[in-house]
Design a protein around this ligand. Structure first.
Ligand code: IVH
Length: 703
């Protein structure tokens, strides 16, 4: 069945129950496969949960519709073929989810537990352990005689996958238990002969962002969210790749364990067990709390909810567990869920909405970012109407077009982003988005440099979006050195429209300056004096201050030394620019594009008209070209220089580097394993040099 049909099925809940149940099952199977087996979900978890609950409710109301193959009858997904299967000696259960995101969720759980234990209202409150519900993937770690022997995913709860190799790469997971561990106040624990620790493998948000940014820069696939990145890494067939992924782990429970009668530890409470795990060397979050009764649970839910955005990793809720293991045993299980635990969720950080349009924003540094305009959607605690699409390449990879239903994610302080598209083929053709050729803010040319994923506006000095950054760069100590012209003042000057471009700085008067907030006449005068003083500058400082992309202080000095005069730089061709030391094609093109923009030339002229001045010099003597007119062929592997380095050196010295040997060849430079070119040179009597000979040649002593 095509994805589009499945998706439209999700949107038509008013069919007859039997047809609806069948549509839901097909839909859930499809998405479970994408999620569990392929690690490539197309819909947010909250949407999956909603469909799942709808099917559960339908089957509860119409038991005749319950089929043995319904997704509600099993938990988890199919195994990938490539990993060995592991049968869990103690099944990995799931927990009931309290969907009510308000405080009442916690109260419902406490009331249920009390009822099942037959406690009356007058009896004292129950002790609970409240924990974070980590949003990663469940892992079972098996230790035998204190040594990690196996790590397995949850799979369907009965049979998981053996991912030991990959999990061993997670630094936080002890490979061996600490046998001298002393939980506070207790005697040394030793190690049980069998211990299975259950917990969550996850990825910190900052590490996830950094990893995605690096992928984006390389033009490679990015991950939808930290959980999928973690799941992908754990199920990576190449452990070397898994090792490069920044994974973390938190322990929250036990599986198989040597019984106390056979010398295993005798825990009385869940909390004590967690403290022991910590003593053995497992990461256990500091945010675990032992709390009393429903009030304690509610307070924990609120406290964590308020700080959720500041946690360094994603959680989708909290988990409450009855602390006493004796009470846990009394409560037991319903089907595959313990009665003594519940997950209490927070509002989802991913939602579906429709992308209504695409705007392009220009950042402080000139970077153009496509931004999705969305039908308003409540996600991560706020209403979102815009979300970043990052760059053109990300958009192409995600195949996102206007009118699509998209997944929007907002987690913590991170800018909301479109992480993917839902649905199959579109009903109508929608043209692909293109980046504008001119900056939407200032109209200057937009460029994308070779090997870069980002488009940029070239109107540096002229573009309103880049004004503040451009002025601060110009005023900095190592450029024009305008003392007192800092960030706050520049903000005020730009926001009150007193200053639009750099020359406006030199047109500032005392009244305009002194009228700004928190600006005394004395400090206004100081700024004017600093501006006056800055007019007498040097060419490298001025050039650096203009803020050309790729032109740092060193390049500005090289340019000034080489050309002597600003006009010569402004009019230089790419070829002429390439003659400057350390200026390569990217830098040369950037300088050329900058001075091709009439706005930028205008700014330079006005600055000069305002009295900005420097001493101009003579162009430096042309670098000697000892090999001008010579043709040279490279063959074989040289001991230290790469082929490209040798070629660059030769060309810089004026030589032409040719691919084949002829009578016109002046020299052949041969390294190890030189082949037919060397034979030909010898046959034709062309002089043959090694690397040392090449170096002498470059110094002009052979020719
Ligand atoms: S306890 C018998 N504690 O939530 C109870 N699970 O359905 C077993 N999870 O995928 C689970 N944080 O990986 C427990 N503090 C926590 C948890 C937690 C996250 C995950 C777990 C599983 C799901 C349980």
């Amino acid at each position: 069945m095509a994805t589009l049909d499945l998706f439209s099925a999700a949107l038509q809940p008013s069919e007859p129950p039997a047809a609806r149940a069948q549509a839901l099952r097909a839909l859930l199977h499809h998405h479970a496969h994408l999620y569990y087996t392929l690690d490539a979900p197309e819909i947010p978890d909250a949407e999956y949960d909603r469909l799942f609950h709808e099917l559960q409710a339908l089957e509860a109301a119409h038991p005749e519709l319950r089929a043995p193959d319904s997704p509600t009858q099993r938990v988890g997904g199919k195994l990938l073929e490539a990993f060995a299967s592991v049968r869990h000696r103690v099944p990995m259960l799931s927990i009931r989810t309290e969907t009510d995101t308000e405080a009442s969720g916690a109260r419902n759980f406490d009331a249920r537990v009390r009822r099942e234990l037959g406690l009356s209202e007058s009896e004292p409150p129950i002790d609970y352990v409240a924990e974070l519900k980590f949003d990663g993937l469940a892992m079972s770690l098996r230790y035998e005689h204190g040594v990690l022997v196996q790590a397995a995913t949850r799979g369907d709860g009965e049979v998981g996958e053996d991912v030991t190799q990959n999990v061993r790469t997670i630094g936080q997971i002890p490979l061996r238990l600490n046998p001298d561990a002393h939980p506070a106040g207790a005697k040394a624990l030793g190690v049980p002969s069998v211990l299975e620790v259950r917990g969550e493998v996850y990825m910190r948000r900052d590490e996830f962002e950094a990893m995605n940014e690096a992928q984006r820069e390389k033009g490679e696939k990015t991950f939808v969210n930290p959980r999928n990145a973690a799941a992908g890494a754990v199920r990576q067939l190449d452990p070397a790749i898994a090792a490069q992924r920044p994974l973390s782990f938190y322990a929250y429970g036990l599986g198989d364990l040597t019984p106390a009668e056979q010398g295993g530890p005798a825990f009385e409470s869940h909390y004590d067990m967690l403290q022991t795990l910590k003593a053995w060397g497992f990461p256990v979050t500091e945010l675990v709390a032992r709390v009393s009764g429903a009030d304690g649970l509610v307070a924990y839910h609120q406290r964590i909810g308020a700080s959720r955005d500041r946690l360094p990793f994603d959680i989708d809720g909290v988990v409450y567990k009855v602390d006493s293991l004796a009470l846990q045993r009394r409560l037991g299980f319903v089907t595959r869920e313990p009665r003594w635990a519940v997950a209490h969720k927070y509002p989802a950080q991913e939602q579906l909405t429709v992308m209504q349009g695409i705007d392009v924003q220009v950042g402080r540094t000139g970077k153009l970012t496509p931004v999705a305009r969305l039908a308003p959607v409540f996600v991560g605690g706020v209403t979102v109407t815009n979300a970043t699409l990052h760059n053109l390449f990300e958009m192409r990879r995600k195949r996102v077009r206007v009118g699509d239903t998209v997944i929007v994610r907002r987690a913590g302080d991170v800018i909301p982003e479109v992480v993917g598209v839902v649905g199959g083929p579109r009903a109508h053709y929608v043209p692909n988005f293109r980046m504008p050729r001119r900056c939407p803010v200032c109209g200057s040319t937009v460029v994308r440099e070779k090997g870069e994923v980002n488009h940029r506006c070239t109107g540096g000095l002229f573009c309103a979006a880049q004004r503040k950054e451009a002025i601060l760069h110009f005023a900095q100590r190592r450029a024009m050195d305008i003392e007192g012209l800092g960030e706050k003042l520049v903000d005020q000057l730009v926001e009150s429209h007193v200053i639009r471009t750099l020359p406006d700085l030199y047109k500032l008067g005392l009244t305009a300056l002194a009228s700004l907030e928190r600006m005394a006449e004395k400090s206004a005068q100081n700024v004017l004096d600093a501006l006056e003083k800055s007019k007498q500058t040097t060419l490298p400082r001025f050039l650096f201050g203009l803020g050309l992309r790729h032109v740092g202080e060193a390049t500005a000095k090289d340019l000034a030394r080489h050309f002597g005069r600003l006009d010569a730089i402004m009019d230089a061709s790419v070829e002429q620019l390439l003659e400057v030391n350390d200026v390569g094609p990217v830098v040369a093109q950037s300088i050329r594009t900058f001075f091709e923009q009439p706005h930028n030339r205008e700014v330079v002229e006005q600055l000069r008209a305002c009295g900005v001045r420097w001493e101009e010099g003579e162009p430096a003597a042309q670098a000697p070209k000892p090999l001008a007119g010579k043709t040279i062929v490279l063959t074989g592997t040289l001991p230290t220089l790469s082929r490209d380095e040798a070629k660059d050196l030769l060309e810089a010295a004026g030589a032409k580097v040719a691919g084949s040997v002829s009578k016109k060849t002046d020299y052949v430079v041969a390294g190890a394993e030189a082949g037919s070119k060397l034979d030909k040179a010898q046959a034709l009597g062309v002089p043959v040099l090694d690397e040392a000979g090449l170096m002498i040649l470059l110094q002009g002593e052979l020719s």
